[in-house]
Design a protein around this ligand. Structure first.
Ligand code: SF4
Length: 619
């Protein structure tokens, strides 16, 4: 795990490099290494869609082994949507193949003169012509590449929306997406359509007997927990099961562009049982017995036969809540089309919901929408807008910029209806009903991303302590805990779903596995992984500070601070004291009142050399 592949698409020069031992030890792997290289190699102020930006893809040190739920892959870049550090995890089996190919990391830089794809096999690397697949959907692309390279190949690719530089395009592998922040947009901006890896299974372990013992213990833990009710429901229904309790018990599912917490007809049609009726099979990532992916096929009606690996919870919400639609089949069609075209479902659904509200307010009319009537509850225009965004056609060209940029282009006060943090559209939780979740987004380095430190303490997790979801203040220390823990998990590119459901799946287990796999005694310490997680979080923060981000950006849209939530069990709630939460969070982090790490904090984390970049922003 000390090798990286550097691919310069401008010059077609590909080189293997050693990751220096001190860097590997200081940053462990996965997100840690990506954050370090991004900080060092991408200077502040560059356009994310220029050749100067870099895209990093990494597997974790445990990928491709028999350890459960460690074979995802991570993409890191400067986001074209937010201008911040951004990271996204993808599933499937590409992470295992990347590891077997012998690399902890691929660094993609420059821009090819024409569309290409990267082919990696047996220690050889080629940049090949992608003219035949440029413009093709993600399934067409993958079918072509599988034919070309055979069954031992695995791949990631981008869809036609990324080629049009829609700012929220994911990278797709199989039917799984590294969805958030425009990873695919950056890849397409480099004229890179796909990366194909052919590799044979290989496993080199420092202590095979101990590793095997830990994997057996992990698998036993999974099986025992699967017999419990909560986890069994997760395995059977996937993430959509959350909809069935977040809606009634927490009133936290936002409706009609984050105004309401209730919608007539929604519970009957969008939830685990309606989706269970059309679930065809359970699928999962490499070496994960949880198989949380669900292939769903529409049995009858106008969309009969269309299937999607999903929708997952966020996608089911994104194509119902924001537009007030309650048509289950439309959510499956939307999920399918976004995967095919290469669109992040959360950003797409939100952006369309934003357009629906502008239409209701008269800010957009049929003159602006190419004749589409955007009435809440009508799903046909929603499906049409997905196509228009992907093609950047008509109103789709504006919406393809994301809500923040679209609002400033539209004007007429549209900004107040744009629901985002730092430019990233919001997931399916209302910050007024779950204030820890809302402030997790406000403080996150990449904007509104629920999986960047999901505050499960508001639901059930007593570690480090339970949170009252509507408490006005006092969450800061727990939010730091979550942000650092997630960064720690992602040093090994561990999937966060098991950590949400299994008490034993955390940094303690990962530390033991890393030591047995890599033979680095330091990595066997849970405390060390917490320390590196905190370091990586601060490094990402410094990347943003260098770009001009600070306290002023750690905020939520005004709607959540001033407009009471309407309906549901949290009716009337607003976020009352965001500044108190920021202050507490900054204090426990060792940041100043502008949200800048102090000199002492940087020194404690071994990041003292960053002081030269950020000192001028302190106050
Ligand atoms: S829980 Fe789901 S997303 Fe996570 S590794 Fe397993 S199958 Fe993949």
């Amino acid at each position: 795990m000390r090798r990286l592949l550097r691919v310069n698409l401008s010059s077609s020069v590909i080189i293997e490099e050693d990751i220096p031992e001190e860097v590997a030890e200081a940053y462990v792997g996965g997100r840690g290494l990506c954050a370090k290289y991004l900080y060092d190699e991408v200077p502040p102020g560059i356009d994310p869609l220029s050749p100067e930006n870099k895209l990093l893809l990494a597997s974790g040190p445990l990928a491709g082994t028999s350890a459960q739920s460690f074979s995802k892959w991570i993409a890191v870049t400067k986001s074209p949507l937010t201008g911040t550090f951004s990271r996204s995890l993808g599933g499937g089996d590409f992470g295992a193949w990347l590891k077997w190919a012998g690399f902890a990391l691929i660094i993609l830089e420059g821009r090819a003169a024409q569309p290409v794809y990267l082919y990696i096999t047996d220690g050889k690397y080629e940049i090949r012509d992608a003219a035949a697949i440029w413009g093709e959907t993600t399934s067409q692309t993958q079918t072509y590449l599988r034919k070309e390279h055979g069954p031992k190949a695995r791949m990631v690719c981008v869809g036609p929306a990324a080629e049009k530089l829609v700012r929220f395009s994911p990278i797709i592998s199989g039917r799984r997406a590294a969805g958030r922040g425009g990873m695919g947009t950056v890849m397409a901006s480099k004229n890179l359509k796909a990366i194909v890896i052919e590799a044979n299974r290989s496993e080199t372990l420092a202590n095979p007997a101990e590793f095997k013992r830990l994997v057996r213990q992990q698998a036993k833990g999974y099986k025992e927990t699967m017999d419990g009710v909560v986890f069994d429901v997760f395995r059977e229904h996937g993430t959509v099961q959350g909809l069935d309790w977040f809606y009634p018990l927490f009133g936290s599912i936002p409706m009609k562009n984050h105004r309401f917490a209730e919608l007539e007809g929604w519970r009957e049609n969008i939830g685990m049982w309606p989706y269970a009726e059309v679930t065809e099979k359970h699928v999962g990532c490499y070496s994960c017995m949880l198989k949380c992916g669900k292939v769903r096929r529409i049995p009858s009606g106008p969309y009969a036969g269309i299937a999607s690996e999903g929708p997952q919870l966020e996608t089911a919400w994104a194509f119902s809540g924001p537009t007030g639609c309650t048509n289950r089949d439309a959510t499956i069609v939307a999920s399918h089309r976004c995967d095919e075209l290469g669109l992040d479902t959360i950003s797409t659904g939100n952006t369309i919901g934003f357009a629906y509200e502008l239409f209701e307010k008269g800010i957009l009319t049929t003159k602006d929408t190419d004749g589409l009537v955007l009435n809440y509850g009508d799903h046909e225009p929603m499906l049409e807008l997905i196509e228009k965004i992907a093609r950047r056609e008509g109103i789709g060209d504006i919406l393809a910029e994301g809500v923040k940029r679209a609002a400033s282009r539209i004007g007429k006060g549209a900004e107040q209806y744009a629901m985002h943090v730092k430019g990233l559209e919001m997931p399916g939780y209302d910050p007024r009903a779950r204030k820890g979740m809302g402030m997790n987004w406000a403080l996150s380095n990449m904007g509104a991303n629920h999986n960047y430190g999901w505050p499960q303490q508001e639901i059930y997790d007593p570690k480090p302590r339970l949170l009252d979801p509507v408490a006005d203040e006092g969450q800061g220390d727990v939010l730091k805990w979550n942000h650092d823990q997630t960064a720690g998990l992602e040093l090994a590119v561990a999937c966060y779903f098991p950590s949400h459901h299994l008490q034993f799946f955390g940094l303690e287990l990962i530390a033991k596995m890393l030591e047995a796999a890599l033979g680095v005694p330091k990595f066997g310490s849970e405390d060390y992984l917490w320390y590196v997680g905190e370091k990586v979080y601060n490094l990402e923060r410094c990347f943003n500070i260098r770009e001009g981000f600070s306290r002023k950006d750690d905020t939520l849209p005004k709607r959540f601070l001033t407009e009471p939530l309407r309906g549901g069990v949290r009716d009337g709630e607003v976020v009352r004291k965001p500044d108190a939460i920021l202050d507490q969070y900054y204090d426990v982090r060792g940041w100043d009142r502008n949200g800048i790490p102090t000199k002492e904090t940087l020194a404690r984390l071994g990041l003292e050399e960053l002081d030269r970049d950020i000192a001028r922003f302190r106050r």
